[in-house]
Each structure stands twice: as C-alpha cells, then as structure tokens.
Ligand binder design. Sequence first.
Ligand SMILES: NC(=O)c1ccc[n+]([C@@H]2O[C@H](COP(=O)([O-])OP(=O)(O)OC[C@H]3O[C@@H](n4cnc5c(N)ncnc54)[C@H](O)[C@@H]3O)[C@@H](O)[C@H]2O)c1
Length: 244
Amino acid sequence: MQRPTERVALVTGAANGIGAAVAERLEQDGFTVVALDVEPSPRPRALVQDVSAIDGHDALVEDVEGTHGPLAALVNVAGIFIAEPVERLTVESYRRQLGVMLDGPIFLARAAGVRMAGRGSGRIVNVTSVHASNSEASSISYDAAKAGLEAATRTLAIELGPFGVLVNSVAPGFVRTRMSVVDGQDELAGDWFRTRYVEGGLLPLRRPAEPAEVAATVAHLVSDDNTYVTGARLVVDGGLTVTF
Ligand SMILES: NC(=O)c1ccc[n+]([C@@H]2O[C@H](COP(=O)([O-])OP(=O)(O)OC[C@H]3O[C@@H](n4cnc5c(N)ncnc54)[C@H](O)[C@@H]3O)[C@@H](O)[C@H]2O)c1
C-alpha cells in the first residue's frame, strides 16, 4: 500500500469554498494534491479546467498521473447553483448544471476509477448535497444532478469494490461559502435562515458548517482509516435532514 506521503489526490472545485478546504486538509494529511478548477487558484499544482468537458477526462487523468504519480484519491467537489423556478427553466442552465455536477464527476470517476481498479486500490468521494434527498423550489436541475450523482456513487461502489476502490458521497447541508449567496443575497445572513433554522430549531446545531468541517469527513473517507465504508452517503448537515 502507498504510504500517505506518497499519495496523490485530484480535487475538483478546489479554488474556493469546500473544494479549497478539502485540498488544504488533504495536503495537511500528506497528500500531493492536484487542484482542478475552472477558475485560477493560487494552490500549488493548480489545473484550470472545466469539469463538464468530459471528452478530455481520460487524457486529463493520464496527464495528471504521468506528472504526479498514480492517483490514490479523486474528490469531485466542483459545483454551481442557478436558481430557476420551473417556468423559467432553460435548456442551457439545465445542461450546465448537469454537465458540472453529474457528467463531469461520472466521467472523471470513470477515468480515475478504472486506473485505480487496475492497481487494486483507490478512493473516490463525490460531494453531493442534502438536495439529493430533500428538495426546494427553484432548484430542479441542481436537485436532479445531486440525486443522480448519489445514484452513480452506488453503482460505482458496486463495480469498483471488488478491485479495492471505495466510492462514497458526502452530502452537506448549509455551508458558509459563496454558494450561499443567491441573487446577491446571502441566505445565511437573512431572516429566513435565522427565524426558520436557528430560532425555529430546524437546524439542530443552529449554525452553518464551515468548509473545513465538510473536508474533515472527506479526509476520513479517502484515508487509510476507511477500509470498509463504500457506496455510502455521509450527511454532514448539523442535523438538518432529521427535522423535516
Ligand atoms: N455551500 C453549500 O451550502 C453547499 C451545500 C451542499 C452542497 N454543496 C456542494 O459543495 C460543492 C462546493 O460548493 P461550495 O459551496 O464550495 O461553492 P463555491 O462556489 O465556493 O465552490 C465551487 C467551486 O467549483 C468551481 N467550479 C464551478 N464550475 C466548475 C467547472 N465547470 N469546472 C471546474 N470547476 C468548477 C468553482 O469555480 C468554485 O471554485 C458543490 O458541489 C456544491 O453543490 C454546497
């Protein structure tokens, strides 16, 4: 088995928010992290790439492995949210959200997972959302993409498990990142969040997560400590989904 100091991880969405926290945490844990994002980032080994450009993913993973060594972990974090009441749903925003949060992760997982399987070990984590199981208005494409990615996580776990590749999803609830700002409003700073979730008690821990708290769960799933969790969905939501 590779020692932690020799392990290479590919993290998508690593320029901001949860992806940046995952990249930072895995670096602390001894991984060499390749930080992929469509936006430039100051991280070492940053790769500017659109995850929805799936035709290039086999070549991309081959390149990453050629430069940095065999991938021990892939963490799919990249995401976007476009608020869209169903009557204003457009083909463009639907395709964009599914491209980034479903097509991209699946084809990266195929490229990385098949190589990991050939070597007999690997870890893949897909960051989904409580929206995969609990929906809200104006988020039809986002919800469908996240639910689809959780389904794909289970299928990948079944197919890759016999070859030592463990595949899981991590589903956050409210997290303090720029994604909480929708149409210029920070939903975590508004009356809606305070009265309903904090004072109203729908959120048992009464506060949003920090990105590092989500990263800690991802770090466990890709670590050598995780030898038997696969096909699972770990919910990191401060208790949100048990209250409604
Ligand atoms: N913030 C939350 O409350 C929350 C809750 C549940 C799930 N999530 C999920 O967590 C993930 C990270 O979100 P975040 O809150 O850190 O948001 P964020 O906007 O801070 O970070 C998302 C990152 O993904 C990158 N990205 C977007 N499109 C991309 C593309 N086509 N190719 C490559 N990179 C791309 C962005 O540039 C950005 O760096 C997303 O998948 C999101 O759906 C977030």
